[in-house]
Design a protein around this ligand. Structure first.
Ligand code: ADP
Ligand code: 5GP
Length: 219
């Protein structure tokens, strides 16, 4: 267990790729002073428009592995064939400033954070439907059909691991979703009417994605 004692709990956002967690994380940090974004380290190449030190710290494989050996990663995992990790420094700095640090990480990383920082809040973001998830993946325009298929296949594992998460949030209207995540983070508990999503919806989405991947061509 780490000696980190945050005044504001870290918030882990996980989701099937394309559900919108990066959009949500960025909006929270831009709009609120008590939220900070944890910039991850990755070996993947930058996408168009991504900046080093803002979206990720882009490093070579050897540099990443040296950081792991030096114990500088709070968690790390291989995702879609690339390495991704959260620098311990991000958590320490946010804790010192009394801010909720937002971690946009995969479910393997979420499990490690749960172990290292038990008070962390684990939120699972869901799209309104499988059709809308596919539409967002295509609209983002950063991957071809092969990469979208790989991301959907990874989503099956993510959705299975959703069982271990604290709360489920449907990313339908972006502003509404941001408000719900903000409330959850600050209160550490759901709003009066409950959360917009449920574990059952995560399970249904898993079944829908599984059926989709059996089709020869994506619709
Ligand atoms: P993730 O980080 O979960 O992979 P992104 O944040 O990159 O997903 O979002 C995927 C795409 O969906 C982006 O093009 C983004 O602009 C769009 N998007 C995100 N949230 C919404 C929303 N609530 N309504 C419509 N489009 C959205
Ligand atoms: P992308 O390449 O689309 O930015 O991210 C791919 C996946 O890696 C996403 O699920 C994202 O949340 C995850 N990811 C990003 N940073 C980290 C990290 O620091 N640790 C872990 N475990 N996963 C991460």
């Amino acid at each position: 267990m780490t000696s980190l004692q945050p005044k504001a709990a870290p918030v882990v956002l996980s989701a099937p790729s394309g559900a919108g967690k990066t959009t949500i994380a960025r909006a929270l940090v831009e709009g609120e002073e008590d939220f900070a974004f944890s910039v991850s380290v990755t070996t993947r190449a930058p996408r168009a428009g991504e900046a080093d030190g803002k979206d990720y710290w882009f490093v070579a494989d050897s540099e990443f592995r040296e950081m792991v050996v030096r114990g500088e990663m709070a968690e790390w995992a291989e995702v879609h064939g690339e390495l991704y990790g959260t620098p311990m420094e991000s958590l320490v700095r946010a804790a010192a400033a009394g801010k909720h640090v937002i971690l946009d990480i995969d479910v393997q990383g979420a499990r490690q954070i749960r172990e290292a920082v038990p008070e962390a809040l684990l939120l699972f973001i869901l799209p309104p439907s499988m059709e809308e998830l596919l539409r967002r993946l295509k609209a983002r325009g950063t991957e071809g059909e092969g990469a979208i298929r790989r991301r959907l296949a990874t989503s099956l594992d993510e959705l299975t691991a959703a069982e271990a998460f604290d709360f489920f949030v449907i990313n339908d209207d972006l502003e509404r979703t941001i408000g719900e995540v903000r409330t959850l983070a600050r209160a550490g508990a759901p709003p009066p009417g409950g959360c917009s999503g449920t574990l059952e919806e995560a399970r249904k989405l898993r079944d829908d994605v599984e059926a989709l991947l059996k089709q020869e061509r994506l619709p």
